[in-house]
Design a protein around this ligand. Structure first.
Ligand SMILES: [Zn+2]
Ligand SMILES: [Zn+2]
Length: 141
């Protein structure tokens, strides 16, 4: 039996006539973590299981299919599974140490975004909200 996430991954791939190959499964599992991963993290973690080219190819495919979201942090970025595979959340990113704090879902914030879209007759499909600053550890230094 596949886990619900793996079933969803399979059906998402199938919609684009792609199948779940072992490199794709490896990359998906590397991304299925509480913390967003940088490309360097993924290269390191996949060493010995996957060559760099397949890793990059798989990440590109996952981004195209909406399996993965890119979180921009200045000029850099990290990757995480999209809301389809995760609870919806936002990030507080520390610009000093790079730590990313996932916020818990806040209904007031979500309904505010819905209201805002409504006001502009805008059909909302998804949103990302990135908040940057200094974390607890970095602000005292
Ligand atoms: Zn910090
Ligand atoms: Zn939100």
């Amino acid at each position: 039996m596949d886990s619900p996430k793996i079933s969803l991954l399979k059906s998402t791939l199938a919609r684009s006539d792609a199948s779940l190959t072992s490199p794709r499964l490896i990359v998906f599992k590397l991304l299925d973590q509480s913390q967003p991963q940088s490309m360097a993290d993924l290269v390191k973690a996949s060493k010995g299981q996957l060559d760099r080219a397949s890793l990059y190819r798989t990440i590109n495919l996952f981004e195209e299919l909406g399996i993965v979201n890119r979180i921009s942090i200045g000029f850099k970025y990290k990757l995480e599974l999209s809301d389809n595979f995760n609870h919806h959340h936002h990030h507080l990113t520390c610009v000093s140490c790079g730590r990313i704090i996932n916020t818990e879902e806040d209904e007031r914030l979500e309904s505010l975004i819905t209201q805002l879209a409504k006001k502009h007759n805008f059909h909302l499909s998804s949103h990302q909200l990135e908040i940057q600053g200094l974390c607890q550890n970095c602000v005292v230094k």
